[in-house]
Design a binder for this molecule. Structure first.
Ligand SMILES: [Zn+2]
Length: 314
């Protein structure tokens, strides 16, 4: 049996490529800054060279590689293996990435939306091992999710299911204009940058914030200030977790999952953040079991992109 899988996480800022075994143990990895501005040809060349490098450096026999899994930002078509036109990958328009990588490396190749891939990795190797009906959500710069039904990613008719981050949770919040064109999406109100923006609109950063321009303040600074006792920071984070709880209550009404796994940078806030989410959910769901639905923090942290990409080959 072939023992290893190559996982490639193509992002707007970095291309992270690694080799993992069937248990999700990473053997080695290579991370390159994506030369997105130099266009599609250059960044695809980077994908090739990162795969060549990890294979070479791992010293494994190429025959032992089961295949290459690629995670990339949407929109993409997983069935045809085409990256359609992600906003943060300059010049990538209808790129038949699966065929290109297949031709180059003569191995089976699969492509998946990065949030779906991360969700699959949590099911195979992370916080949702042993569960079949899983809602994975990632909250960081954006809000994404993966719907896993009977152990399989649910793609919908056009491969575009699982964009729950763009569900409207407050349609008359003028502050909630979203990059997708909609208003009041959970992403526009509760992602990391959205929460910082909403905080700065009403507050001046106090003594627990680092000395830097307002425009440079991040969700990490906000979290730090909240932990240090900044009341305004605590208030906005409490609002953020409630908004996420409202959204997840609705998601439970639709999906009735066994477990919700929350990943992404924002999930590093433990305690009160998760407590608020768990308390809010049942108030916004018709599902009788909403209160009992497990809500846990993702287990695979920094390497989830690579592991996610690899997991889709399993
Ligand atoms: Zn949106």
């Amino acid at each position: 049996m072939k023992k290893y899988i190559v996982g490639v996480d193509v992002g707007g800022t970095k291309i992270a490529t690694g080799i993992t075994d069937r248990k999700g143990v990473l053997k080695n990895k290579v991370i390159l800054p994506t030369l997105a501005k130099e266009g599609v040809k250059v960044s695809i060349q980077q994908v090739y060279s990162s795969i060549e490098t990890v294979i070479r450096e791992s010293k494994i026999n190429k025959k032992d590689i089961l295949g290459i899994g690629i995670g990339a930002p949407g929109p993409l078509d997983p069935a045809r293996g085409i990256v359609i036109n992600p906003p943060n990958l300059n010049g990538w328009k209808n790129v038949p990435l699966v065929d290109m990588v297949k031709k180059k490396f003569k191995k089976p190749v699969k492509l998946e939306n990065d949030a779906n891939a991360a969700g699959m990795a949590e099911v195979l190797w992370g916080a949702a091992v042993g569960y079949k009906h899983v809602l994975y959500v990632t909250i960081s710069t954006g809000v994404g999710n993966a719907i896993i039904i009977d152990g399989k990613i649910y793609h919908g008719k056009n491969g575009m299911a699982g964009e729950g981050g763009h569900i409207t949770i407050n349609h008359d919040d003028a502050d909630g204009k979203c990059i997708c064109g909609n208003v009041g999406c959970v992403e526009a109100l509760a992602s990391g940058p959205s929460t910082v923006r909403r905080f700065l609109k009403k507050n001046v950063p106090g003594k627990h914030f680092p000395k830097k321009p307002k425009s440079a303040i991040t969700m990490i600074d906000l979290e730090y200030a909240a932990r240090a006792g900044d009341k305004a920071a605590q208030k906005i984070i409490s609002e953020q977790s409630k908004l996420i709880g409202i959204w997840l209550g609705g998601m439970i009404s639709i999906l009735d999952p066994e477990i919700i796994v929350i990943g992404g940078g924002v999930s590093n806030m433990k305690g009160i953040f998760f407590k608020n989410i768990r308390e809010t959910i049942p108030k916004h769901s018709i599902n009788l079991y909403a209160k009992k639905t497990k809500v846990v923090r993702a287990k695979l942290r920094g390497d989830v992109g690579i592991l996610g990409a690899a997991s889709i080959m399993m």
